[in-house]
Ligand binder design. Sequence first.
Ligand code: F6P
Length: 326
Amino acid sequence: MASIKTIGLLTSGGDAPGMNAAIRAVTRSAIFSGFKVKGIYRGYRGLVSDEVVDFRAQDVSNIMHHGGTILKTARCKEFMTAEGRQQAYDVMKKHEIDALVVIGGDGSLSGARQFASEFDVPIVGLPGTIDNDLYGTDHTIGYDTALNTIMWCVDRIRDTASSHERLFIIEVMGRNAGFLALNGAVASGAEAAIIPEISTEVDQLAELIESGFRKSKRSSIVLVAESPITGGAMGLAERVRKEYPQYDTRVTILGHLQRGGSPTAQDRILASRMGAAAIDALLEGQRNVMIGDDDEHIVYVPFSKAIRKDKPIDRDLIDILRRLSI
Ligand code: F6P
């Protein structure tokens, strides 16, 4: 492998709080180790359309406390084509970029894996997504902040739910994963979480209602993960109104609110550790791996494993929710 002198850095897919802290950590660790850094704007789109600038240590000052990403982000259709990836490679060559650090979720790392299989480019990925759905890492950058945002929102909804004695169905993000819904429900003291991971095993709504969950309560909060499998909050509310009309039901969809905001300390620390680890990985000759966090230890996870769709949820939490919602 030719030696690496210049590292290209991009953020891709849905933004996540902590991405700026990761950009700062990658840039500064790289410069500290003697590399040059090029910032690539708008994810793979900027690599295809040549939006590449030199990044100095001071270009990443005063950014780590901001949500979003200073590099901007995009979901890029051109990069899904062979021609687009060829163009991206040509732009890399033009700017003498020898290796890439990609911060993003499963779509972004799938793109990285495809690119690396076609061109001789060392790529290291950082898990940047609020969904926490990447395999091989306990946490992804942005997940903790989104979880705290959900908790903050549910605390407020609880006030009105309790005053009106209503059943609130609150939809949270997660794409096809239930980490935000399940952990958000435990953190906010909700009565239940309806998640795609167990939707085929049990009728979660029927189980909830039949458990007599409101025996000792007059208002209730249920978190539902957005997903065609759960039916989302709208689908669930329609079912409740039809099958259990005795409940005065309301729906709140938290939506993109969950993607913004200043990252928590946990996300800033995770992003800083992972950003530094990405440069260590390149120095060690690693390629095509995602940086993971396994019980507070940095691990290298091959892209093929990271993008598996079956990261397990913590089933004990489902039981804890049931026990605590009586
Ligand atoms: O992957 C992050 C995420 O926020 C998912 O939770 C959600 O399904 C999706 O992105 C929304 O994407 P967009 O911002 O393109 O609507």
